[in-house]
Write a protein that binds this ligand. Structure first.
Ligand code: GMT
Length: 399
């Protein structure tokens, strides 16, 4: 098949997953075209059967807000036309699924067509998509996609709850990891010994957005450090980094926290971690938690969103109610002070990541979805049963 993939190319789970999926599809013999404004951060410069098409957004002085959605639609239209793509796979609904709908409408004017698959990743449904300014276009774009997937059961249900959906089918296809890359044995931990000095390593990786509650990461660490000699490695960057730094200063642990900023290749870092902390109050899946698990790192986090579908409480990590830093601390100390228990959790996490979230099995699910979508005949507009998106919660998004 010939597949176009559009995602956010910058640091973030949806872009990481979309890129890994594209690479895996190309390895299986498909032709893959990434269409976005920058080379995705996890895409190496050259791979057989992989193309990158940059979207150039004109910077005319009149445009206070340059219309990226339109430039993307134009590029999608060109790439589908010039490379005869079968599928446009949009990761994150806004604005990608909308641009795909425009591109498809333009193609149909030329007597061509393409099938649109949209994967919902998280805040496109749980936060941004529910904002008044985006609600109806998000609903419309999901409705107009030929197939829609969500990365967890939680996100599927949240899509139905927030947008209402009669006569549509959101399929759950979970995220996956490359088991050969996220392997504890394979890497040398890059942080020098004179920084770690024999202490336990707690790690957090994210885009430091408010939803991640990074102050809770630091607060948990500060409590743990009083009982177990340890260091906190913070990977990534974003609006709440200053808050995390402030929390570290206020709690007197700033010297034991290493802020690394944005790092593209995290597998070697995870290979040296003892615990992974993820304290989001809404996490549709938690790809970084899965990458940690695959690397044999137990996860401590909140029992929120789709994270319980990834982390098995008491087996591969511990999950506690949002805000319960004391419980996070207890679980962390328990694992860090009981070597036998830590080893059991570490082994279970690595195994679970490889079985329930196996790359080959999940990529095959996407292939099957593409095939079904291509095979499905579309009824002419006048014969289609209207899909009704009735907002179940009247407070969301409606004018
Ligand atoms: O939804 C977002 O804020 C962005 C997105 C990203 O690009 O990091 O994150 C979401 O997609 C990831 C990949 O599917 C999931 O692992 C994350 O849980 C999800 N983030 C949230 O739900 C906050």
């Amino acid at each position: 098949m010939k597949i176009g993939i559009t995602c956010y190319p910058t640091y973030g789970g949806s872009g990481a997953l979309a890129t890994e999926l594209g690479i895996a599809l190309a390895e299986r013999g498909h032709e893959v075209h990434f269409i976005t404004y920058r080379q995705p951060f996890r895409l190496p410069s050259f791979l057989p059967r992989v193309w990158f098409h940059e979207v150039d957004v004109g910077r005319y002085p009149l445009f206070e807000y340059p219309p990226y959605d339109l430039a993307l639609a134009v590029r999608m239209h060109e790439v589908v036309r010039d490379h005869q793509l079968d599928i446009l796979h949009c990761h994150y609904a806004i604005p990608h699924a909308t641009s795909a709908w425009i591109a498809r409408s333009m193609l149909r004017e030329d007597g061509r067509d393409v099938k649109v698959v949209t994967t919902l990743h998280g805040t496109d449904i749980t936060i941004v998509g529910q904002e008044r300014s985006f609600y109806s276009i998000t609903k419309f774009s999901i409705e107009k996609s030929h197939a829609v997937t969500a990365v967890s059961q939680y996100l599927r249900e949240e899509t139905y709850r927030a947008f209402g959906c009669v006569g549509c089918n959101v399929e759950v296809i979970p995220n996956f990891v490359d088991p050969t890359l996220y392997d504890r044995q394979r890497h040398v931990f890059p942080i020098p010994d004179d920084v770690i000095r024999g202490r336990k390593v707690l790690m957090h990786i994210s885009n430091f957005r408010p939803v991640k509650r990074v102050r809770d990461v630091v607060a948990t660490f500060a409590n743990v450090a009083q009982q177990v000699p340890s260091v906190l490695v913070m990977v990534g960057d974003g609006p709440e980094r200053v808050e995390a730094e402030a929390e570290a200063r206020e709690r007197g642990v700033f010297d034991s926290v290493v802020f690394l900023g944005k790092i593209d290749t995290i597998a070697p870092l995870l290979a040296g971690a003892d615990l992974f902390l993820l304290t989001s109050d809404k996490e549709s899946f938690g790809l970084s938690a899965l990458e940690a698990m695959a690397s044999g790192v137990p996860v401590i986090g909140y029992d929120a969103g789709g994270l319980p579908e990834v982390v098995q409480h008491g087996v591969t990590g511990f999950l506690h109610p949002v805000g319960d830093v004391a419980a996070l601390t207890r679980s962390a100390v328990q694992l860090l002070t009981d070597e036998k228990k830590w080893r059991a959790f570490s082994t279970a996490a690595a195994e679970d990541a490889r079985t329930r979230f196996s790359e080959s099995a999940i990529v095959a699910q996407y292939e099957a979805l593409y095939e079904r979508t291509l095979a499905a005949r579309e009824l002419p507009a006048h014969m289609r049963t209207p899909v009704s998106f009735a907002a179940l919660d009247p407070s969301i998004g409606l004018p």
